[in-house]
Design a protein around this ligand. Structure first.
Ligand code: NAP
Length: 259
């Protein structure tokens, strides 16, 4: 399918690896020029160069922490008049409800709620003035079904979801869509780290820990960054103009709900 976005420009945050990289690659394949971002320069440059060579699109890289005001200013300056914004950042650490103090919540809100909101607030006026725009926020399955040890993530991402629900409906008549893409378990560095942690804790192999987790997913596997990116690219396409304020769950069926 031609996604109809060849020649557009996208800012894809936190995109040197994992799900953000999956989104960057799928947009590049559709002919979109990119601004990519991460804190580590080496992986970012390597991923950007691979995309330039494979898809022939222009890629600008910005080494910055997108959860800080300074990092946001840097990516926004490089992005200029972008047509597409994909927000992303690392998730907050796990723990128990008894562990978290005000400062922990402020850090989680900064990273996973206020950073994407600041980026949207900066790019939405230009998109609305030009009559076309697409925003996809990478959130989490934890928005639909809480993951108890990720209470900081549950809280911050719920706040972002509420903001998007209202704001998406305020900009839709200007040709701008805002939606959220909710990953369940995907095969990224983060999933590998969680597998390693579970294996060490239970005294089993990483393969056994993986198999245990596959057992909780009806598809009996993790999702791939490529599948995730393809869904993101569709949500950014010309064909998704009537999709407004939605929360699209990609979890292999793991969340056991009817709707
Ligand atoms: P990942 O494989 O660890 O990749 C994270 C990417 O984001 C890297 O490129 C990393 O590069 C960059 N990054 C992290 N923090 C950043 C920051 N503050 N500023 C700029 N770049 C930053 O992670 P992932 O699995 O793709 O996860 C992406 C998001 O989806 C996370 O919020 C995660 O909590 C959420 N999620 C993932 C899963 C899953 O199964 N994978 C499930 C549910 C939710 P640098 O480290 O160099 O900055």
């Amino acid at each position: 399918m031609d996604l109809g976005i060849r020649g557009k420009r996208a800012l894809v945050c936190a995109s040197s690896k994992g799900l953000g990289l999956g989104c960057a690659r799928a947009l590049a394949e559709a002919g979109v020029a990119l601004v990519m971002n991460a804190r580590g320069a080496e992986a970012l440059e390597a991923s950007a160069q691979a995309i330039r060579e494979e898809f022939g699109v222009a890629v600008t890289t910005v080494v910055a922490d997108v959860t800080t005001a300074d990092g946001q200013a840097q990516v926004l300056e490089a992005a200029g008049d972008v047509d597409i914004l994909v927000t992303n950042a690392g998730g907050p650490p796990p723990g128990m409800w008894t562990d978290w103090e005000r400062d922990d919540f402020i850090a989680a809100l900064d990273a996973n709620m206020l950073a994407p909101i600041a980026l949207m607030k900066a790019v939405l006026p230009g998109m609305m003035a030009r009559g076309w725009g697409r925003v996809v926020n990478i959130t989490s399955v934890s928005v639909k079904a809480p993951i108890a040890v990720l209470g900081l993530s549950n809280s911050a991402r719920a706040g972002l979801t509420g903001y998007v629900a209202g704001t998406a409906r305020q900009v839709a008549d200007k040709g701008v869509t805002i939606n959220n893409l909710l990953p369940g378990l995907h095969d990224t560095d983060r999933a590998a780290a969680l597998d390693g942690g579970a294996a060490a804790q239970q005294g089993i192999t990483v393969q056994q820990a993986r198999a245990q987790r596959f057992g909780t997913i009806p598809a009996h596997r993790y999702g791939t960054a490529a599948e995730f990116g393809a869904t993101c690219a569709f949500m950014c396409s010309q064909h998704a103009g009537f999709m407004i304020g939605q929360n699209i769950l990609l979890d292999g069926g793991a969340t056991n709900t009817t709707m």
